[in-house]
Design a protein around this ligand. Structure first.
Ligand SMILES: [Fe+2]
Length: 443
């Protein structure tokens, strides 16, 4: 057992000791917390460096590709080489990889040069320094995720770019985590394409330092009748995910899966706005993907969607029902441990549920559409609170999922309480693979 593993275990035990004091252990809690006033949408961000020229890399973000590689994505206003140079010492870049450059147009907007290159193989839990397009003016660094448990995710949806987003990002930056998961609604550009650029600049300090694994929300669709009939134009160009990697490539950027912690965790990034009906390409891929997961090796399987499958909020009621109807049995059959959603601008945690009923062999359902979007919070809930709804609160915030070992993961939701992150809900999630009562296809 590594030193890091011991540290993680010790921290988890300390949290376990604290857990008994939290109200989250109670069933059906509607938080009494009263929100402060909404905050403003941020102005369009300029580049980070006023001296930047057209070849200065901007909007840098990274995403995992397979077990030991990373895709680096960045934009330059002018033409520049799609090369990433990297190494484990600041200022020294003995390794390099060359990728591709693309652009897109949207009505009258023309994007910058969007570059991406896949680097690696790399060592786990190691800091790498890199620069893009051989430009010496900006050095970036990231830490590769660990190849074993424990493994720490941050999960936050509907991020947007408001002053609340800034607050959420500040809290996330202060957390010790390996990978960020985003279940859709990234920039809230909402057709205004320069807002994708300002979003890229806003998240760059975090997204260039840890992998950001995202899936699409409704705000990514951006179709316009006649003039822009193709959906997801900006999203697919700017946020390419590893749909062509892993054990079961999906071939579609709108849904994919990847492994973490050397295969101990399998993450499904599902597409709420891609066809998900029985017989669709996504449904068939999901069936293949889950069939290939060996729960003897994979301790935890988690899924992300945008529109929640279970919610007691009045906002967006029923919008996830069709996807749930098509895919819920597949997830339960594979003993998926937890499903995270966005879309509803609030936090909610459900019990393990299947077909609307509590089921000890079904996933826990959580909604974290609370990153900081510009549309405000969703504060109206069904009354009375359903018994399966364990905790709900309309606040901005973010969640942290630490998969501690092969049997236990600790979920903790942090509310943006004014400007401080406050732990407001916490629960242990135990692996269904480790539960002998929940055999595969035991439904
Ligand atoms: Fe949404």
């Amino acid at each position: 057992m590594s030193t890091g593993r011991r540290r993680g275990g010790t921290a988890a035990l300390a949290l376990l000791a604290a857990l008994s004091a939290l109200p989250a252990a109670c069933l059906a809690v509607t938080s009494p917390y009263v929100r402060p006033a909404p905050r403003a949408t941020l102005p369009l961000h300029k580049g980070a460096d006023d001296d930047a020229d057209g070849q200065t890399p901007q909007q840098v973000h990274i995403s995992m590709v397979g077990a030991d590689k990373m895709r680096v994505t960045w934009i330059t206003d002018d033409a520049a080489p799609a090369i990433v140079e990297y190494g484990t010492t600041s200022g020294q870049y003995p390794l390099s990889a060359t990728g591709n450059t693309t652009t897109y147009s949207y009505v009258l907007y023309k994007s910058g040069n969007i570059h991406d290159a896949v680097i690696g193989p790399m060592q786990p839990s190691t800091t790498y320094y890199y620069r893009c397009s051989s430009n010496p003016s900006r050095e970036f660094s990231f830490r590769t995720p660990p190849a074993t448990l424990p493994f720490k995710f941050v999960i936050v949806g509907d991020l947007g770019q408001t002053e609340w987003t800034e607050s959420t990002l500040k809290h996330i930056a202060a957390a010790d985590y390996d990978v960020l998961l985003l279940p859709g609604d990234l920039s809230y550009a909402d057709l205004v394409q320069p807002r994708w650029d300002s979003y890229g600049r806003l998240v760059e300090p975090l997204a260039s330092a840890r992998p950001w694994m995202v899936t699409e929300g409704n705000h990514e669709v951006e179709k316009l009748p006649v003039v822009e009939p193709a959906p997801f134009k900006a999203y697919n160009a700017r946020w390419r995910m590893p749909h062509d990697a892993g054990a079961t490539p999906s071939g579609d950027n709108l849904y994919y899966s990847f492994d973490a912690a050397g295969g101990a965790v399998h993450v499904l990034m599902l597409g709420s706005y891609a066809d998900h009906a029985v017989g669709s390409a996504q449904h068939e891929w999901l069936r293949r993907d889950l069939a290939a997961v060996d729960r003897g090796e994979t301790a935890f399987v988690v899924a992300l969607v945008h529109a929640p499958w279970y919610s007691s909020n009045e906002a967006h009621r029923g919008e996830g029902d069709a996807m749930r109807g098509a895919m819920e049995a597949l997830l339960r059959g594979a003993r998926v441990d937890a499903v995270f959603a966005g879309h509803v601008h609030a936090y909610e945690r459900f019990a393990r549920v299947y077909g609307g009923e509590e089921d000890p062999c079904a996933p826990v359902y959580l909604t974290v559409g609370d990153g900081g979007n510009r549309e405000g919070l969703a504060g109206r809930y069904a009354d009375p609170q359903p018994a399966a709804s364990a905790f709900r609160e309309a606040s901005f915030g973010h969640g942290r999922l630490e998969v501690v070992n092969a049997t236990h993961a600790l979920w903790a939701w942090h509310r943006n309480d004014d400007d401080e992150p406050v732990l407001a809900d916490q629960v242990w999630i135990t692996s269904l693979a480790a539960n002998p009562a929940c055999r595969r296809n035991n439904n």
